[in-house]
Design a protein around this ligand. Structure first.
Ligand SMILES: [Zn+2]
Ligand SMILES: [Zn+2]
Length: 125
């Protein structure tokens, strides 16, 4: 009995990249970590080909996530000495500290981007 075992999955790989920055979202010192996410097709558990690569940059300080252009991502993957600038980064989500709000009336805290407190309807400033 002989049959193929194949599958499609996605995976994430951290690239060898280090850049220290003052985070423009949370204002702390942090560093950029670069990840590549991709889909792959495997046969007998061996990846045969990959596609749909997306390159992500994540800050170590607050976890803000950006995407960068594939061209730039490929160059980092090749080990080129790249410095990322603000204009290279396309924001996906801001970090977990960025949207932190506390209601001055009832003390409710949230990371969501609410205009008004969901508990007592007091406006956030
Ligand atoms: Zn940050
Ligand atoms: Zn409140």
């Amino acid at each position: 009995m002989f049959f193929f075992i194949f599958g499609i999955a996605n995976d994430r790989k951290e690239l060898d990249f280090h850049q220290s920055v003052v985070c423009r979202v949370c204002g702390k010192y942090g560093r950029y970590r670069v990840f590549m996410e991709y889909m792959y097709f495997s046969l007998f558990f061996i990846p045969v080909f990959r596609w749909n690569r997306t390159y992500y940059v994540e800050t170590s300080c607050c976890g803000t996530l950006y995407t960068i252009d594939n061209e730039l991502g490929k160059r980092i993957a090749r080990g080129e000495n790249i410095t990322l600038h603000d204009e290279d980064l396309h924001i996906v989500r801001t970090g977990r500290y960025a949207g932190w709000k506390k209601c001055s009336q009832c003390g409710y805290t949230t990371y969501e981007d609410f205009q008004y407190c969901p508990k007592c309807a007091h406006p956030f400033d």
